[in-house]
Design a binder for this molecule. Structure first.
Ligand code: SAM
Length: 309
């Protein structure tokens, strides 16, 4: 695939409503009809057809010629094309081999794109980084994610501690709200804590279902997760910290003390209540009201008291 030497009509920078770009209802319908492509619901195939949403995704990703982008699930290449124009290098992982010839054709004007037939969840991303992004000044993950695997993909990106600058992703609206939620509301839970431990979240825009072909049943949102240089709180053992968080949210209606007694043992419940008080947390509070700092304090106190479940 060649990167255009001169700006071809495919390489035009503006996205919104551009007839010649891959995004757009007319061109998408044409590509799909010509290749006899049938959407697979089971793979979360809802392709973006709104160039203005692509503009917002690209602006949020902060790319330039020195930077790279990893795309998960390029589909027929609407976002991939824009990433190729905005960055120095694009790697796109696509699970559906029926899309590979379409992508080859659609992205033929670009030499800075590598499309790899792979399941992102089974891909060694550290190796991919070494092989493809060694020369990039920074790399961001930019994707319209398949909704059936959004959380496992986000958790893989975060837990593997990849050198990512930003993660700019389209997800189901409710999932974006949960990732960005602050303590005190019903959206706040273990996903909010896991994401905010590693990143600063920022909601970029809400996207109606009409921006996709075929339209999904739910609204979507673009969220930007900016990787923190260090996690938000210092915890000696991350696995244990997240186990404490998960246990705290096990039954949302129960008090913190009731949920955490699964770790301390019922016979040590009074001791557990005293321990929570010593952390400045009332035992009758519910997990959804606790900040990351409070969870970190409780985790350390539970470890010191040998209440680890
Ligand atoms: N990026 C395109 C767009 O915005 O129009 C397509 C996005 S569509 C929501 C999700 C894409 O992810 C589909 O192309 C689907 O085949 C692909 N996909 C689904 N599961 C995947 C996985 N585990 N690994 C890689 N790609 C996957």
């Amino acid at each position: 695939m060649k990167k255009p030497q001169t700006k071809s009509k495919h390489a035009a920078k503006t996205g919104g409503g551009l007839e010649t770009a891959i995004a757009g209802a007319g061109r998408t319908r044409d590509i799909i009809r010509r290749h006899g492509f049938k959407f697979k619901k089971s793979l979360g195939q809802n392709f973006l057809i709104d160039g203005h949403i692509l503009d917002q995704i690209i602006a949020a990703a902060g790319l330039d010629e020195t930077r790279g982008a990893l795309e998960i699930g390029p589909g027929i290449g609407a976002l991939t094309e824009r990433l190729a124009q905005a960055s120095g290098k694009v790697v796109a992982l696509e699970i559906d081999n029926r899309l590979l010839p379409i992508l080859r054709e659609a992205l033929s004007p670009y030499s800075n794109v590598d499309v790899i037939h792979a399941d992102v969840l089974k891909t060694d991303l550290h190796r991919l980084w070494e092989e493809h992004f060694a020369k990039s000044a920074g790399v961001s993950v930019v994707a319209n994610l398949p909704y059936y695997v959004t959380t496992p993909i986000i958790m893989k990106l975060l837990e593997e501690r990849l050198p990512v600058e930003h993660i700019v992703v389209m997800v189901q609206k409710e999932v974006a709200q949960r990732m960005a939620a602050k303590p005190g509301g019903k959206e706040y839970g273990s996903l909010s804590i896991a994401v905010q431990y590693y990143c600063e979240p920022e909601l970029i825009c809400i996207v109606p279902s009409g921006a996709f072909m075929p339209p999904p049943k739910v609204d979507s949102a673009v969220i930007r997760l900016t990787k923190r240089p260090e996690p938000a709180v210092a915890v000696p053992d991350e696995d244990r910290f997240f186990r404490v968080v998960q246990t705290s949210f096990a039954q949302r209606r129960k008090t913190l003390a009731n949920n955490l007694s699964a770790l301390s043992g019922k016979e040590r419940k009074t001791e557990l209540s005293d321990l929570l008080e010593s952390c400045g947390v009332k035992p009758e509070r519910r997990a959804e009201t606790l900040s990351l700092e409070e969870f970190a304090r409780i985790d350390a106190a539970l470890a010191a008291a040998d209440m680890r479940g």
